[in-house]
Ligand binder design. Structure first.
Ligand SMILES: [Zn+2]
Length: 409
């Protein structure tokens, strides 16, 4: 969830105060709790205990699950290490791309969850999605086709230190922030923020990872509300609508309608449609969604998938039942993207943030991520004016992926 609600707990001391002073309360003086307490956050200490998907994995179980999938399906997937958290936990992604002789272009899709460590529903949804996709290959014609046509990266846990704040054995006490107390979803480069914060280690790893890929469609899963939140987060639609607003609304509506066909009373806490432009809900800066759209021309939305942040573990299967069809359908959307994916941002004097060693004067061509030729000439293509983003550069016989930045370094 994007917002922090300050909760003030008034601890009422029960027991009567009489003329004679404080009386010792009767043992049954406290009314019974409405909800059973503590809330069921049952943990799975082994992979086997995850079989019915009604538990949260311990950190070690999570690592074991990722490893087991990679070992069980070596021709379908591998585990990418995006990076390491401040406290040394791994930030992983399951990269699913069946090895085929077919070398045609397959677009890259990215799911990521739980950048807010206490919003854990998406964490288990992503794990179960990995299991479903891998287990369906060669069995479900529809999902086999999806995997053959798409490269899918799934990062179940973007902020492991927040989730396992109280230790690797529990998600009880999970926290929104990383170990520095920073909200990672306010900490990405934001071209329109007036102040620039130092990028946290977890986010720098994420930036490096997405910069080394060509994701075209992605989503970041949160909890605390149920709504499909599309860009921009840093503007209201009145200030600056996203060029693909109409497409986002359609995609969001399809997602919500499908969920409601399985379980009607969801995605109605923010508005009746369950779909909203982020800035119209409330404006934030430094979110990953805007970063992906602006800098990477990757269409990313923020999916708030459960009202409860720390959803009781026994309710996880119920959430999977109504979310899974929509989560899978959303991946299919990558094959039906709007023509003009590019984000319309003001052109500025831009500079190359060069990682490739391209000798000055080399004949070079610049392409967008769809392969469209944008410019050619002698490197470094001075005078080339384009929106900030990621582009492909062909220089001599080599091809590079370059980050084109508007903020001078
Ligand atoms: Zn959140």
């Amino acid at each position: 969830m994007k917002r922090v609600f300050a909760t003030v707990l008034l601890l009422m001391v029960a027991g009567g105060v009489g003329a004679q002073g404080w009386l010792k309360p009767r043992p049954d003086a406290f009314p019974p709790e409405v909800e059973p307490a503590p809330k069921a956050l049952t943990m799975a200490a082994t992979v086997e205990e995850m079989a019915s998907w009604d538990r949260y994995p311990t950190y070690e179980t999570y690592l074991a699950m990722m490893q087991q999938w990679a070992e069980s399906y070596p021709a379908l997937c591998h585990v990418d290490t995006i990076g390491v958290s401040l406290q040394g936990r791994l930030i992983l992604s399951m990269y699913i791309a069946p090895q085929t002789d077919d070398d045609r272009f397959r677009p890259e899709f990215f799911y990521s969850s739980t950048i807010h460590g206490d919003e854990v529903t998406g964490y288990v949804m992503m794990l179960r999605l990995i299991d479903t996709l891998l287990g369906s290959y060669g069995i479900s014609p529809r999902l086999t086709q999806l995997l053959d046509d798409t490269r899918i990266s799934i990062n179940p846990l973007a902020n492991p230190d927040g989730t396992y704040r109280m230790g690797n054995h529990t998600v009880q006490g999970a926290l929104r922030y990383n170990a520095n107390g920073i909200d990672l979803n306010r900490n990405f480069p934001d071209p329109f923020a007036t102040t620039k914060a130092a990028v946290e280690q977890e986010n720098q790893a994420m930036i490096d990872y997405v910069s080394s890929h060509q994701f075209r469609l992605s989503a970041n899963l949160h909890g605390g509300s149920e709504v499909m939140n599309y860009p921009w987060d840093c503007f209201t639609t009145q200030q600056r609508p996203h060029p693909q607003s109409a497409w986002w609304q359609e995609v969001g509506r399809r997602f919500v309608d499908t969920c409601r066909s399985y379980s009607p009373n969801h995605f109605n806490d923010v508005n009746s449609s369950g779909v909203i432009a982020g800035g119209d809900w409330y404006v934030i800066h430094g979110g990953r969604q805007d970063y992906m759209n602006y800098y990477h021309q990757c269409l990313e939305m923020t999916m708030e998938v459960s009202l409860a942040k720390l959803l009781a573990s026994e309710r996880l299967p119920e959430y999977w039942r109504f979310l899974a069809p929509s989560l899978i359908n959303y991946i299919f959307e990558i094959h039906n993207l709007p023509d003009a994916v590019g984000v319309q941002v003001p052109e500025k004097e831009v500079r190359w943030r060069t990682t490739a060693d391209i000798p000055a004067g080399t004949q070079a061509s610049l392409y967008d991520l769809t392969g469209r030729l944008l410019a050619s000439g002698r490197w470094p293509l001075e005078g080339c004016r384009l929106p900030a983003g990621v582009y492909l550069v062909k220089a001599g016989n080599q091809c590079f992926k370059q980050f084109f930045s508007s903020d001078a370094q």
